[in-house]
Design a protein around this ligand. Structure first.
Ligand SMILES: Cc1ncc(C[n+]2csc(CCOP(=O)(O)OP(=O)(O)O)c2C)c(N)n1
Length: 320
C-alpha cells in the first residue's frame, strides 16, 4: 500500500460513503415523487473522492449531469443539496436548478451542466483567469467518456494546452455514453491517448481503486499548481445503476457484466484495505456509516420542512 497518511485515507473513505448514501437516499426520495430525475454515479465514487482529497478550498471544480459525487467531494452541504432536489427555497439554486445544476460558489464549486462537454472549455476559461491573476489555484473539470467526443472537449483541452493552464481534466470513464458502449464510438481503447493530440500528459488509472486515484491526483494537482498543466487523467470505472433513474440499464449491457463490476465496488475495496492494514477498525467504519445516515436523515427533514420558492420570485436569477 503506497504512502498516504491514515487520516487522509479515512477521509477519502468517508467521502465515498457520503456520495453513495446521498445518492441511495435521493433515489428513495425520488421514488416517493420528487420532481425531475437524477443521474446517479453509484460505482464511480473513488474518482471524485480521490481527486478532491488533494484540492484546496480555493481550487475550483466544474462538473456534469452526473455531478453529485464531485460536488459532495468538494465539500458541499448535503442538506442544501437535498433541498435543491426537493425544489425548495433553501436549496443551492433556491430550488430552481435541481440535480443537474447544483453550484456552491462559496466553495468554488462552479456548477454542473447538463450539456455534455460544456464544462471543459469553461474550466479552461477559469484556468486562464487564475493564470492571468497569478493565483496558484487549480481547476478540475470532471466529465464522462462520451464528452471526450464533443467539440467542446477538443476546444477546451486544446486551448488549455497551448496556454499551459492549471487545469486538471478528469474523465470519469464509466465506459458508456448513455447507452452507447465505448467500442461503438471510438477506436481508442485508452481514452488517455486523447492527450497526445494536444501534447499534454495523459494518465490512465483504475478508477475503482481510490488509493491509486488519490496518488495520481496528488501528483497531477501539484504539477498543475506549479505551472506544469494541463493534464488529462482518465479513471476507468463503471456505473452499476442505469444512466438515470428511469433507465433499468439492461438493454445495452448484460446482467453478468454489471455483477462483475459490483464485485469491484470501490467502497468495499477501500474498506477492505483500511481493515487489512489496520488503518481503521470495524467500529470506526460503522461510525462513518452511521454518522452519514444521521446527517442524511437531517438533510431530508431540512428539505421537507423548507419552504417552496415564491411564485413572485420565479423570474429572478434568470438570464434572458
Ligand atoms: C451536447 C449534448 N448532447 C447530448 C446530450 C444527451 N445526453 C445526456 S447524457 C449523455 C451521455 C453522456 O455520456 P458521458 O459523457 O460518457 O457521461 P455519463 O452519462 O456516462 O456519465 C447524452 C448523450 C446532452 N445532454 N448534451
Amino acid at each position: 500500500m503506497p504512502e498516504m497518511d491514515a487520516a487522509k485515507l479515512k477521509e477519502i473513505y468517508a467521502t465515498m460513503v457520503r456520495i453513495r448514501f446521498f445518492e441511495e437516499r435521493a433515489i428513495t426520495e425520488y421514488r416517493k415523487g420528487l420532481p425531475g430525475f437524477i443521474h446517479p454515479s453509484i460505482g464511480q465514487e473513488a474518482i471524485p473522492a480521490g481527486v478532491c482529497a488533494f484540492l484546496r478550498e480555493d481550487d475550483y471544480i466544474i462538473t456534469t449531469h452526473r455531478g453529485h459525487g464531485d460536488i459532495i467531494a468538494k465539500g458541499a452541504r448535503l442538506d442544501r443539496m437535498m433541498a435543491e432536489l426537493f425544489a425548495k427555497e433553501t436549496g443551492y439554486c433556491r430550488g430552481k436548478g435541481g440535480s443537474m445544476h447544483i453550484a456552491d460558489v462559496e466553495r468554488n464549486i462552479l456548477g454542473a451542466t447538463g450539456i455534455v462537454g460544456d464544462g471543459i472549455p469553461i474550466a479552461a476559461g477559469v484556468g486562464l483567469g487564475c493564470k492571468m491573476q497569478n493565483l496558484d489555484r487549480v481547476v478540475v473539470a470532471f466529465f464522462g467518456d462520451g464528452a471526450t467526443n464533443s467539440g467542446a472537449f477538443h476546444e477546451g483541452v486544446g486551448l488549455a494546452a497551448i496556454w499551459s493552464l492549471p487545469v486538471l481534466f478528469v474523465c470519469e470513464n464509466n465506459q458508456f455514453q448513455q447507452s452507447t458502449p465505448m467500442r461503438d464510438y471510438t477506436r481508442l481503447t485508452d481514452l488517455a491517448d486523447r492527450a497526445k493530440a494536444y501534447g499534454i500528459p495523459g494518465i490512465t488509472v483504475d478508477g475503482n481503486d481510490a488509493i491509486a486515484v488519490a496518488e495520481v491526483a496528488r501528483e497531477s494537482i501539484e504539477k498543475c499548481r506549479k505551472g506544469e498543466g494541463p493534464i488529462l487523467v482518465v479513471g476507468n470505472t463503471y456505473r452499476t445503476v442505469g444512466h438515470h433513474m428511469g433507465d433499468p440499464g439492461t438493454s445495452y449491457r448484460s446482467k453478468e457484466e454489471v455483477e462483475e463490476w459490483k464485485k469491484k465496488d470501490p467502497i468495499d475495496r477501500l474498506r477492505r484495505q483500511l481493515l487489512e492494514n489496520k488503518i481503521a477498525t470495524e467500529a470506526e467504519i460503522e461510525e462513518i456509516h452511521n454518522a452519514t445516515l444521521r446527517e442524511l436523515d437531517e438533510a431530508v427533514k431540512f428539505a421537507q420542512e423548507s419552504p417552496e420558492p415564491k411564485v413572485e420570485e420565479a423570474l429572478e436569477d434568470i438570464y434572458a
